[in-house]
Design a binder for this molecule. Structure first.
Ligand code: FAD
Ligand code: EPU
Length: 346
């Protein structure tokens, strides 16, 4: 399917009304490579590959073509102890979580209700409720767009970190993720370390109960982008050296935090914003969500400028109060493609 001068409003969960020259839905690796991307690259027209647009902020009209990845397919094989899933990059992540659980394959339940496509999940190593993609990722298949060759990156080659991976640092014009391999351990062990999951009994709990608890918790705090435009957490949770963090926490004991594996402190960005009394703070059509301070919403009429201005003010207020300078999690897209979001909100 293709059309001319298309609104990107239905293609980004912030619901920003900007335009692209063209939107093309791609259903196969061949059409991604042959018909769409290479044409764009050869004609030096900017090309942007999107899944469901749930982690992007368009700053202006995109002066090129947008490819919507709908490369589908799920196949399952097994070994004695594991299930191995090979999943097309254009599959919907939450549907995959539901499908696997319905088939009795547990392991993805903590990652329920995260919007977006399977192929986007490795890019920022999606995570929630004590689990990150890296814990289940076996490999990521990519196509190199200069010559159409395929590569399989083992999980160790993906350099997964908190909201980070090798894919965040590769030139977007040179590769596309086409499939992801996941490994689920048959002997299921629940991860109940986070929030409401702590209330569940580890001896009797089922994967479906974890799934429902995660879905309920998420629905109670994060607005559904179908009704209220947003892109989830706008900033990352800041990682701070223990010596600095504990001085800060002595002065502001209400800021939620946890320790990471290296003994550094992860401060809650939502808590920092909340302490600045910014819940509900509004600029034009953009606002800080009143249930979850890390989520910025489009109240209906927000322009990307409103959202950027809100982000600048929130970042400055938090920085001036705590000397902690937040970094955006959301990808910013200019008229030509992805740009450094931190430079924009500084
Ligand atoms: P898009 O927004 O379409 O793309 C993101 C970036 O990846 C863009 O730069 C795009 O060009 C690039 N890209 C997309 N597909 C490909 C591909 N196949 N190959 C190469 N590059 C590609 N994230 C979490 O980690 N945890 C959460 O709990 C969470 N909760 C959220 C809740 C809400 C309500 C929302 C709106 C977002 C949330 N997110 C969360 C963020 C988001 O869901 C994830 O980042 C998701 O993986 C983005 O998927 P997408 O398909 O929408 O990516
Ligand atoms: N909190 C506040 N004020 C608020 C919201 C939360 O003080 O307005 C406190 C909570 O009470 C809690 C702490 O902050 O003690 C953390 O809150 P929450 O559990 O909601 O998680 P978060 O750190 O804000 C992260 C991820 C989410 C993920 C959740 C659940 C980041 C940037 N965000 O949010 O991911 O769903 O944990 O695991 O790491 C996303 O990436 O888009 C996203 C939504």
């Amino acid at each position: 399917m293709s059309s001319q001068r298309v609104s990107l409003k239905p293609w980004n969960t912030f619901g920003i009304d900007v335009y692209a020259n063209n939107v093309i839905i791609v259903h196969s690796v061949e059409s991604l490579f042959c018909n769409s991307w290479t044409n764009g690259v050869r004609q030096s027209e900017p090309v942007l590959l999107l899944g469901e647009g749930s982690n992007v902020l368009f700053l202006q009209d995109f002066r090129g073509k947008v490819l919507i990845n709908r490369i589908k397919g799920i196949s399952v094989t097994e070994t004695t102890h594991t299930w191995l899933l090979h999943v097309g990059a254009g599959e919907n992540w939450h549907q995959l979580v539901e499908t696997t659980l319905c088939k009795g394959l547990a392991g993805l339940e903590n990652l329920a209700l995260i919007p977006g496509c399977v192929g986007s999940a490795p890019i920022q190593n999606i995570g929630a409720y004590g689990v990150e993609l890296r814990q289940v990722c076996e490999y990521v298949d990519i196509i190199l767009l200069n010559d159409g060759s395929h590569q399989r990156l083992k999980a160790t080659e993906c350099c997964f970190g908190y909201r980070d991976s090798v894919f965040k640092h590769r030139d977007k014009n040179h590769y596309a993720i086409i499939a992801v391999g996941l490994r689920l351990i048959k002997q299921w062990r629940p991860v109940l370390s986070h929030g409401a999951l702590k209330m569940l009994n580890p001896k009797t709990v089922t994967p479906i109960q974890v799934f429902h608890t995660v879905c309920e918790t998420r629905r109670s705090k994060i607005p559904n982008p179908k009704y209220i435009g947003n892109a989830g957490s706008f900033f990352k949770n800041p990682l701070v050296r223990a010596s600095i963090a504990f001085n800060l926490l002595a002065l502001h004991p209400k800021i939620p935090y946890h320790l990471n594996n290296n003994g550094d402190v992860v401060l809650s960005a939502a808590g920092l914003i909340d302490q600045c009394k910014l819940k509900g703070y509004r600029i034009g059509g953009a606002a800080v969500h009143d249930q979850q301070a890390l989520v910025f919403i489009n109240t209906g009429t927000a322009s990307s400028e409103d959202i950027v201005n809100l982000a600048r003010i929130v970042r400055r207020r938090v920085g001036e109060k705590f000397n902690i300078w937040l970094e955006p999690e959301v990808c910013f897209i200019s008229s030509q493609g992805k740009i450094d979001a931190l430079e924009v909100v500084r």
